[in-house]
Every structure is written in C-alpha cells, then in structure tokens.
Write a protein that binds this ligand. Structure first.
Ligand SMILES: O=C(O)CCC(=O)C(=O)O
Ligand SMILES: [Fe+2]
Length: 525
C-alpha cells in the first residue's frame, strides 16, 4: 500500500516522510493532553480531601465531642483513607497513555532514523564547516579562522539540549568516529553542566553519561589528559564507580610514564570515505553556492530565448542560459510553472522509496545518496506528456519511450545529498542497458522546489555549482559524440542545509537521437 507511512527506519531519507512523522506526534500530544487532564483532576480531588481533613485537625475546638465528627473520623480511618491510598485512578490514567502509545508505536521512526538524522547533522557540519557550538545554539554559521559567515538565519532560534547533543555524539561514538563524537559530547557535557540537577523525564542521558563517553572518546583519540580530567569530574558525581576509579589510575599511570602526552594533543583526522577522491573540491563547490562571477564574463556563454524554430517555443519562448561549454551545461529558466511542479511532487509522493544507485548489476541503498525517488510513467497524467513535448522541443531530442526513461522524481532527506557521480553507465553490466536504447546521452533535470540553504548542484571538474532555481531545468550532455562517457560531467547534489529539495530527472538515451545529435569520431566533441 503506497499510502502507508514510510517503512520503519526510512523516515530520515526524504523530507516528506519526516513531515509525515508530525502525524503520530500529534496523536501522542492528544494522548498526553488527556493524561494530564486526568491527572490534574485526580490531584485536584486528592487536594480537596487533604484540605478537608487538614482543616478538621486545625480546628481549635475538640473535634471528637461532636458525634457527627466522631463518626466521620472513624469512617475516614476505616474506609476513606483506604479508598484514597488504593485508588486505581492513577494507574488507569497511565494505562490509557501506554495503550495509546502502543497503537502509535508502529508508525514511529526507528533507531536507524535517529542514526540517519544524526549522521545528517555531522555531514552538514563537515560540508558547510559549521561549528557544533553554533549548531547547538541554533545558528548556521561557517567558521573559518576568525571569519564567520551566516549560511542561514532562522526566523526563530531553535537550540538543542544536552541530551540532543549526547545522542548525536553517541551515534558517532558507537561507530568509533571520535572526530565527530568529541565536539558533540563536549557540547552535551557543557549543556548538562549548565542544567545540573534539573531532572527531565524525556532525557536518556545525564552529565555522568556524557562525561563517561567523552572521557573514553578522548582516550581513544590519544588525549589522555582530557580523559583524566573528565574522569575525575565524573567521580565527583559518582564517587563509588569502580570502573571509573580504575580508569583514573590507568590514565594517571600513562601520563606519568610519558608526561609529554600532557602537551601533545593528538589531532584527530576526519573519517574519509575512500570512494570520494574529490571531496575537497566538491565541498568547496557546495560552500560557494554557485557564486562564480567569472563564469558570466566569458563571452561565449550567453542568455537567449530558445525557440529552436519550434512552433510551441515561438509562442512561449523559454530563457536559456548557457552555463558551461565543455561539458555543455544549460539552464532553462521557468521551464515549468509552480502548479505543474506541485502536481509532479504530489503524483510522486505516494510512490517514493529510498533511492538506490547502480553497483555492477545490482541496485544498492548507500550513504552517499540520501533521498527517496519515484518513477512517473507518462500515463499518470496528460501533463507529463506535455512536459515531454516541451523537453523535446527545447533539446531537439526524442524523449518518447524507450529513447528516454520515465520521469524520476526525487525528494531529499535531512542533510540529503548525492555525492559526485555520473548519470551515465560506466560499466557494461549496468542495469541502465536493460532498456536496450544505449547509454544516458543527456540529463534534463528540473528543480521542483526551492531550498533555503545548501542543495546546489555541483560539477566537480567544470568547477561550478548551480544553486537551486525553482522551476528551472538544467541540461547537460553526459556522453561525447563518440558515445564515450564524458568524465568532466562528474556532478553532485550538495547536502540540503535548510529546506525541502525536490528534483525531477529525465534521462535521455543514445538511440533515437542519431539524426538529432550526429555522432563524431573526435573524442573531444
Ligand atoms: O539534486 C541534484 O542537484 C543533482 C541530482 C542528480 O545528480 C541525480 O539525481 O542524478
Ligand atoms: Fe546525477
């Protein structure tokens, strides 16, 4: 049933699924409201009984002289107090809350979602060079040396609690990633210190937990002196903890054996995923958000109204901006209308599934592509046929099946991204060839939404990144005229910092285009 909520563990990978998780939370709010009302009424009634009995005791006249008062004293002690003490009201209230929770439970995000969301925060921290302290305070600032740049200014600051930061740090800690664990646990410790003694029912962790994890993370990262001072602080709060006492002795011994440990603070390397050789270039492009002014000074790049001598386009020309020449990349402004974009998002929504990438003959879910996607056949709505005509008119290419794929609609998740990749197949066993219409000669990608920050489309070797332009479409050739893949088309969808990013891909294949894009034996074309 496509209308069902996202599969458990798959909430974080599309913002529309995250938004859908507001539903179960609203139900939980309703349950808690009823519970609170019930408990308030119960406590009000108990207070009334308490006040009534207390006032009898505070009365200066001897209460037992009056037979009515004497009777009620006996009755209270024989019956009223028992009813008060053994009241089932409290457990009935909590039972209703728990039963309600159990009904909602199957629709709640799973632990994998928490992990995915935590990793998203760390990704944003890395790619946009955000500092954790700022993030925890709710600001999105890039800090490089002494320069601070606001990447996004929220209308209302939303800050994280010590327990929130602890959970992010814990995800990194459990993966042995102390590079990320340390700043998040540092923040957790500092926030917990600031609110020590304030009990919060919803918290999973305490100052002691944060100190314990941070001390061990520092030890693992080679910083014994920090490990030692945090462990000592832990013992102030839990002096009876034998394990921590042993750790303190161990750290003291280590420092006595090699005292230079005190000064040489080990520098921890950020964990690097080996598949990404181009990380620095890629992240640089994501940060500059497409502001490459030199680009627009090249005279061969131009703006024009594309008509292609096509009757449709003569009536309604579309503004084309050539962004780059080798590889050729063009942006078509206002390719679709707001309502068309909205309709496409709505058609796709019920069918969205975690995006996959081709790996050999297989399709895999991977950390380097965080989104959900759906394929929309042209039969879903006549509007999609109109869209194909428009693409064909603009590009001069045949986009009728099987010369092009169905429209792939993509919704990115929290910190959603698609790391540098090629759209065309680079292996002869790729599932792309199942269509029997050759490789993906061109990409026509439509921006179906705007984003508040991040989410640019970066072309690694062309050294440019295209900020999301709502309703615009980006076109590029993936293959040289020879049919050879153009390695300069390596591109990526940068992590979405703030916003709900949607794109739609129309991948156009080689076959069917023979007379529209004549081939060439020159590898440069
Ligand atoms: O989202 C983007 O900006 C790029 C998406 C992309 O490259 C893809 O879906 O293949
Ligand atoms: Fe792509």
């Amino acid at each position: 049933d496509p209308e069902r909520a996202a599969a458990r563990g798959d909430t974080f990978s599309a913002l529309t699924s995250v938004a859908r998780a507001l539903g179960p939370e609203r139900r939980l709010l309703g349950l808690l409201r009823r519970y609170l009302r019930g408990e308030e009424a119960r406590l009000r009634d108990l207070t009334r009984f308490y006040d009534k009995v207390l006032s009898l005791h505070e009365d200066s006249t001897t209460p037992v002289a009056n037979p009515l008062l004497a009777f009620t004293l006996i009755k209270r002690l024989q019956s009223d107090w028992r009813n008060v003490v053994h009241s089932l009201e409290a457990s009935e209230n909590i039972r209703a809350l728990k039963d309600g929770y159990e009904k909602v439970e199957q629709d709640l995000p799973a632990f994998e979602d928490l992990e995915g969301a935590a990793r998203a925060l760390m990704r944003l921290q890395d790619v946009y060079m955000l500092n954790v302290k700022g993030l925890a305070r709710g600001v999105f600032q890039r800090v490089t040396g002494s320069a601070i740049t606001d990447l996004y200014s929220p209308k209302r600051l939303f800050s994280l609690t010590g327990d929130d930061c602890f959970q992010v740090g814990k995800v990194a800690y459990d993966m042995g990633d102390y590079y990320h664990a340390i700043p998040w646990l540092e923040e957790a410790v500092s926030l917990f210190r600031g609110s020590y003694g304030e009990w919060k029912t919803e918290d999973e962790a305490s100052l002691e937990d944060a100190l314990d994890h941070l001390a061990f993370a520092y030890f693992q990262a080679g910083n014994v002196s920090c490990a030692l001072s945090l462990s000592r602080e832990f013992l102030l709060y839990s002096p009876d903890n034998k394990r921590m006492a042993r750790n303190v002795l161990k750290y003291e011994r280590l420092l006595a054996e090699s005292p230079n440990q005190v000064v040489t603070e080990a520098v921890i390397q950020r964990p690097n995923i080996p598949h990404l050789q181009t990380r620095d270039t890629y992240e640089g492009l994501c940060q500059t958000l497409g502001s490459q002014p030199t680009l627009y000074q090249i005279p061969s790049l131009y703006c024009s109204y594309e008509t292609n001598s096509n009757a449709y386009l003569l009536l309604q020309p579309i503004r084309k901006e050539v962004i780059h020449l080798e590889p050729y990349i063009a942006l078509y402004h206002d390719f679709i209308s707001d309502s068309e974009a909205q309709k496409i998002r709505e058609f796709a929504e019920p069918w969205l599934q975690r995006s996959v990438v081709a790996s050999g003959e297989k399709q895999l879910q991977v950390e380097y592509r965080i989104s959900k996607s759906a394929w929309l056949k042209d039969t879903v709505d006549p509007m999609l046929v109109t869209l194909n005509h428009r693409i064909a008119a603009l590009t001069g290419l045949d986009v009728r099946p099987p010369y092009a794929e169905y429209l792939q609609v993509v919704n990115y998740g929290i910190g959603g991204h698609y790391e540098p990749h090629f759209d065309h197949a680079t292996s002869p066993s790729s599932p792309l060839y199942r269509m029997k219409s050759g490789n993906r000669v061109a990409t026509f990608m439509i921006y179906l939404s705007s984003v508040e920050a991040g989410g640019a489309t970066a072309f690694i070797y062309a050294n440019l990144s295209m900020p999301v332009v709502k309703n615009a479409a980006l076109f590029w050739w993936n293959l040289h005229r020879s049919g050879e893949g153009d390695s300069d088309t390596l591109h990526a969808g940068c992590p979405v910092l703030v916003g709900d990013k949607w794109v739609a891909n129309k991948w156009i294949h080689e076959y069917g285009q023979e007379f529209r894009r004549p081939c060439s034996s020159s590898p440069e074309d």
